[in-house]
Design a protein around this ligand. Structure first.
Ligand code: FAD
Length: 476
């Protein structure tokens, strides 16, 4: 049997891995990971986390099957046709990660393989269902979440692919870069040590363990998922972003638990709805690739957003003086993570109170989050800013103090991240200060800059700007 190439892409798992299963079934397999332009354009924290995913996968591949990942640097169309010719491979298997730059790279490879004996075969694996499987009555793509979720539940997600028992390695594989000596994120501003200290375990086994622990406490999820001071959510987003767990598999395992454990049913149903939000974001990105660059509602192209300036710098440095916003931004700098409720409040502060272009916030999150997901990041930023599909209307402006009182009632979350907030001495808060690069002027003790009436003024300013814009550009 001729060997095949398994071209890896954020699919670092053995379960429910269609490309891996197909390659293993066909004959010897050469797993390949490419450091290409599409990867280098991704955010630093995400690349740092990806390196950990790659290492964990490579170690498990060696342990289970005696095979190793061949890591090479360059563009797929320049490397893979020559590699296929060299080892006599006729197929390049790949799980489809439908992000625009990656799709373009796949297309370039397809063209480069034309006229050679080898071909590229794409497998579904990143989503619950193929975007074309979900269509409105008139045949278009869904633009509103609730009918989308109803339609997905009606057809049901695709079934996970059975795990491969045996993968035959290539007898004499070419040599590449050593995965344990790579430096995929040399531009990580806060340095590796900061993230490493707070890193969650990487890899498929860690993802499954995290899922198991979450399902044991899923009964509380619906009531507590908005509380950043409690560990109520699954914490699976990093694993999903790296493909260390597949969404179909996750859906099947969570649904099976809901059937077996009535007490957890409502919590798991709420959790599955969140997975559908992830799915919705990806279907939107596939149908409308502009989602990550331009306002979904075209009339918003002329909204008078502020650009890069002092207010954005303070926001980036987590020095807005608004406790919940700064706590979230500091959590993200130190851990690469931020609770969803706090993401919404921090994004709302930037786009509404500071009237700053949502794309600048999106870029900062993309560079800082270890769970960066191009679709979820873009959809959520547009949702908060008011210009996205099914978005929160612009006049929905989070009041960060009310949000904090409701979702961090004892102040535990803020105390953890803000040294000096109501006398807080948290270790994580110190880690934030230790992570700052030279030149970042940040007060040692956090300073409250919320003035009486200041929040209301910011809100009024945002509403005024929006009303003026609406008069000029009345849209749907
Ligand atoms: C401005 C902004 C930017 C965001 N950027 C990202 C991003 O880059 N990557 C990312 O994975 N999520 C992003 N989210 C969504 C959400 O904040 C995270 O998915 C969530 O905090 C991850 O924690 P968890 O795994 O514990 O979530 P859980 O509550 O356990 O949810 C389970 C899974 O559902 C999905 N999910 C949950 N909420 C959302 C949502 N609002 N939109 C889409 N999918 C969701 C995630 O895959 C998550 O892992 C963003 C949200 C906002 C408001």
């Amino acid at each position: 049997m001729p060997p095949s190439i398994l071209w890896l892409c954020r699919d670092f798992r053995f379960r429910d891995n269609a490309a891996l299963a197909a390659a293993a079934k066909a004959g010897p397999v050469l797993p390949v990971f490419l450091i290409d332009a599409a990867l280098r354009a991704q955010g630093a924290a995400s690349r740092w986390r990806l390196q950990r995913a790659l290492l964990a996968f490579d170690a498990e591949l060696r342990r289970r099957h005696g095979a190793a990942v061949l890591v090479l640097e360059g563009e797929p169309e320049a490397i893979l046709p020559a590699l296929a010719a060299r080892i006599g491979a006729q197929t390049v298997h790949r799980n489809d990660w439908p992000e625009p730059a990656t799709l373009a790279a796949q297309q370039r490879l397809g063209r480069a393989l034309a006229g050679t004996p080898a071909r590229l075969v794409l497998h579904p694996g990143h989503l619950l269902a193929h975007p074309r499987a979900l269509r409105t009555g008139s045949g278009g793509a869904y633009r509103v979440f609730t009918p989308f979720a109803r339609a997905l539940r009606a057809i049901g997600p695709d079934r996970p692919v059975a795990e491969t028992a045996r993968l035959a390695p290539l007898a004499d594989p070419p040599q590449g870069l050593a995965p344990d000596r790579l430096e995929l994120a040399p531009d990580l501003h806060r340095g590796r040590a900061v993230l490493e200290r707070h890193a969650l375990p990487a890899g498929e086994a860690a993802a499954l363990a995290r899922l198991g622990a979450f399902l044991d406490r899923a009964a509380d999820y619906a009531a507590q998922r908005d509380r950043p001071d409690l560990a109520a959510t699954s914490g699976l987003s990093e694993h999903l972003a790296m493909g260390e767990i597949g969404p179909r598999d996750l859906w099947a395992m969570a649904s099976a638990r809901a059937q077996a454990d009535a007490a957890a049913g409502a919590g798991i149903a709420a959790f599955l709805t969140e997975l559908i939000w992830r799915e919705f974001a990806w279907h939107l990105l596939v149908e409308f690739p502009r989602l990550a660059q331009r306002p979904w509602r075209p009339e918003w192209a002329d909204f008078p957003w502020q650009g890069d300036g002092a207010a954005l710098t303070r926001w980036r440095r987590a020095e807005t003086g608004i406790a919940l916003v700064d706590a979230g931004l500091r959590e993200m700098r130190v851990t690469g993570r931020m609770h969803n409720r706090v993401r919404m409040v921090a994004a709302s502060w930037l786009t509404k109170h500071l009237l700053t272009d949502w794309r600048l916030g999106l870029a900062h999150f993309a560079d800082s989050l270890t769970d960066w997901d191009p679709a979820a990041n873009a959809m959520n930023w547009q949702w908060v800013a008011g210009c996205g599909p099914d978005a929160a209307p612009f006049f929905r402006i989070f009041n960060p103090e009310r949000q904090a009182a409701q979702f961090d009632p004892q102040g535990r979350y803020r105390r953890r991240w803000l040294l000096g907030w109501q006398g807080a001495k948290g270790e994580e808060a110190r880690a934030y200060l230790d992570s700052l690069p030279p030149g970042w002027e940040v007060a040692r003790a956090w300073q409250d800059r919320a003035t009486p009436g200041g929040l209301a003024q910011g809100r009024a300013r945002a509403l005024k700007a929006h009303a003026a814009f609406r008069r000029q550009a009345p849209g749907p």
